[in-house]
Write a protein that binds this ligand. Structure first.
Ligand code: UDP
Ligand code: MG
Length: 316
């Protein structure tokens, strides 16, 4: 079969996106009328509590190629994307957000690159509109920190907006981590990857579903899933502090035994004790983060549960 006859799916997670649904579906239909390779749109409804689900039925029941997967509750964006990939039946899939921050034009360019033989085409955010200075700064800082702390050569300023060939999807499915960090894992998989730059637009309707708390969780998950450097740093800091403390002890004994005075100052001893207590608790917290991750893995719970699924051509 010629590469041009191959079909592509769009994988789009939805969490309380009722404001977006009419405009999203309108834009998707416009895009599909120009790009016939897109035969399937997979929506993963991540436990929305608003009218998202009802709107999908209402707006797509007379259209072809829409597939809705309803989760039993909110499992989070990364899990929603992972589940969406499990339902892809075509030759490639593009992961994109529901808020049209990932432009459809860029998705079209990704398809061209894939038709030219690349297995993964990821979007690199050149400019970002409509996001707070805080969000942009923390995101930028995080990608650089992540690159430093892991041995993974993750491309900077990329999100989950990317095209994956069927063989990459299959490889991704063989990774069974409980808390997958999607963009990191896809980098880790390898294959022929290429980035294309794009202008990240502002959210077209509704509010961000990624508050600070979820961003921090994503960042911690990313680090604990790809790096043991925090544990090694803990050991190194511990070693250095122990050596310093030992030198201090020798000094105190020296002064007491060979001089007429003793080293004075309970205040400084107290401060040092408090400081060391703080360092110990911090490092226990770091160990705890890894322990929690291991605990999550060994429980072997299913990563997501489905309430039901639906296809716009009427079949289940
Ligand atoms: N999302 C999800 N589950 C969540 C949070 C978000 O499926 O728990 C979806 C959301 O509907 C959107 C995508 O993930 O399609 C990205 O979320 P958002 O645009 O709010 O994040 P931001 O762009 O602000 O980082
Ligand atoms: Mg967004």
């Amino acid at each position: 079969m010629a590469q041009s006859e191959k079909q592509v799916s769009l994988v789009i997670p939805l969490y309380n996106e009722e404001e977006m649904m009419p405009i999203l579906i309108e834009k998707l239909e416009e895009f599909r009328s120009k790009n016939s390779v897109i035969s399937e749109v997979i929506f993963i409804n991540d436990g929305s509590r608003d009218k998202t689900e009802a709107l999908v039925y209402e707006l797509t029941s007379t259209l072809t190629g829409y597939h809705l997967i309803n989760f039993s509750r909110n499992f989070g964006h990364q899990i929603a994307v992972t589940a969406g990939l499990d339902f892809v039946t075509t030759d490639a899939a593009i992961i994109m957000d529901a808020d049209l921050q990932d432009p459809l034009d860029t998705a079209g360019k990704m398809i061209e690159k894939w038709q030219n033989g690349y297995d993964v085409v990821y979007g690199v955010r050149k400019e970002r509109d409509g996001e707070s200075v805080f969000k942009k700064a923390t995101a930028s800082l995080f990608y650089r920190f992540f690159k430093w702390i892991t041995d993974l050569d993750i491309p900077l300023d990329t999100g989950d907006f990317r095209l994956l060939d069927k063989k990459v999807i299959k490889a991704y499915q063989s990774v069974s981590e409980q808390q997958p960090f999607v963009r990191g894992l896809i980098t880790w998989l390898g294959y022929d990857q290429i980035g294309i730059e794009y202008h990240r637009e502002s959210r077209k309707a509704g509010e961000t579903k990624y508050p600070l708390k979820k961003m921090i969780r994503l960042a911690l998950n990313a680090i604990t899933s790809f790096s043991d450097k925090p544990l090694r740093i803990a050991t190194q800091v511990g070693t250095i502090l122990s050596i310093l403390a030992f030198i201090g002890i020798l000094w105190v004994f020296y002064v007491r035994l060979f001089m007429d005075t003793a080293v004075p100052g309970w205040a400084s001893s107290l401060l040092i004790t408090l400081f060391l207590g703080g360092v110990q608790i911090l490092f226990l917290g770091i160990i705890g983060a890894y322990l929690a991750r291991i605990y999550g893995e060994v429980r072997h719970r299913p990563r997501y549960l489905l309430k039901n699924s639906w296809k716009s051509d009427g079949t289940k």
